[in-house]
Design a protein around this ligand. Sequence first.
Ligand SMILES: Cc1cc2nc3c(=O)[nH]c(=O)nc-3n(C[C@H](O)[C@H](O)[C@H](O)COP(=O)(O)OP(=O)(O)OC[C@H]3O[C@@H](n4cnc5c(N)ncnc54)[C@H](O)[C@@H]3O)c2cc1C
Length: 511
Amino acid sequence: MHSDVLIIGAGSAGSVVANRLSADPARRVTVLEAGARVTDPEMRRPELWPFIHGRRYDWAYRTTPQPGLAGRSLEWARGKGPGGSSLVHAMAHMRGCRADFDRWVEATGDDRWSWDALLPSFIRSESFSGGADAVHGADGPLPVMLPGPDLSSPLVTDYLAAWESLGVARIPDHNGGEMLGGTPNSLTIRDGQRVTVSDVYLDPVLDRPNLTLLTGVDVHRLVLAGSRVSGVEVSLHGADEVLTADEVILCAGSIGDPLLLMRSGIGDPSVLSAAGVDTVLESTGVGTNLHDHLLGAGTLYRSARPVPPTRLQLSESMTYLSLDGLSVTAGPADIVVGCVVGPSASESFPDHGVAPGEGYTLLFGVTNPTSRGSLRISGPDLADEPIIDPNYLDTEHDRAAFRAALEHARLVGGSDALAAWRDSEVLPGASVSTEAEADAFIARAAITHHHPVGTLSMGASDAAPVTPDLRFRGLSNLHVVDASVIPSITAGPVHASVLALAESFAARYPA
Ligand SMILES: Cc1cc2nc3c(=O)[nH]c(=O)nc-3n(C[C@H](O)[C@H](O)[C@H](O)COP(=O)(O)OP(=O)(O)OC[C@H]3O[C@@H](n4cnc5c(N)ncnc54)[C@H](O)[C@@H]3O)c2cc1C
């Protein structure tokens, strides 16, 4: 079987690229996806998102024990099936700050990755509940809903008022280019149900004769011919096969992409030989620059009155803040404090004793961590467990910013404006007050915010595995289009920027 374009992974980015590239009927596009179609009705229910992990549509990875997290190893969910991680994610839609994309431009030397240049791609991807304006789109595939007071929890309404009482501005939403301030989270929910990227980009165009989606297909390796990829080795209907293509686009995500390259003999020779793989193409940046957001879970309060169940997806409002002052409204975000409509705590605190309806959590975290980790294969096969080491909280920058985030969570959590909700602070509790106590608490409380990026970073430097055009360095017909190319993480959840990145790539793909 031969295709003009072979897309590996039908996840968030892969669904976008498949739609846009197959719009040209002369181009034969094939999409290969390891997972099967997901029909679990619980996947659709926004409030259940934290409880659907570990099912057959989750790759269910795990990190190595993290020295910065008191030796804990974290579960890393990743979606498997058409829709990819949008099958399991928390549905928050936040584009990031202008300043985040300035860093992309700095890494790539390419203005096409600036906020202004990406804005048309953001707009093209969405159908915003508030209608079109200078920064929002109303005609794109993905529904983006900004909840009003009818849907927001009364706790969240008071939480936002509490920030205002402390001098933090109220902003219209997170998607105007500046994120500092309080606002409900925009969500990719329609009629009370999760919308996956496959639902709106891939599935509606599957009747195109030039588009083929093959599910349940594990891509084992790329097959190289000189400086080109001639095809991919897959298992299809129980048999091993090679599928050939003129162009190959990697959309298997921050974990899937580098693992596939390494299994193919592309990467750092010392990493490959340790896993029993011969080096075919040396590329030492593959699998490096791994970074992620953490959230402290949490500042947990017992409530003085019943907390009604969420009508959305539990974590209803993230407030982004500058450490230069609460009243700063433009520029980079340093920390975030989020309000969860229910008790949420890491696995370190199983005995916190606060039942649903009796409490709430203020999550807190660092938006632009400087700690960097890596990802490696442990053997030559897809079934070999990857070695995932995000190296969390390695830098003093991250630890100090995390302490500041905890202080800000306690500031708003203890404010007069939340007095009617607050009975007592259960976590961290009165025993945590010094810097050392805060560090020790954070190491036990931090959980992943599920945003690993950067494992095939794009950059101007030859050390970056991917060029600013999203071509893999050293292979003329291989592109990488997904969260792995993000050189430095955006302040908030990354999904919106992954979609914009894919839209931007597709818009300039040669006809
Ligand atoms: C639990 C969770 C909560 C999250 N919450 C949010 C949120 O609220 N907001 C937000 O913005 N972001 C959130 N994210 C992050 C966001 O969902 C991801 O960053 C984004 O979906 C990544 O898109 P991608 O295209 O890079 O990869 P993915 O969407 O993960 O797609 C990769 C696809 O490739 C397939 N694949 C991998 N390897 C192979 C192979 N060898 N052969 C064939 N197919 C393969 C996978 O099965 C998958 O379908 C969350 C993520 C998770 C897991």
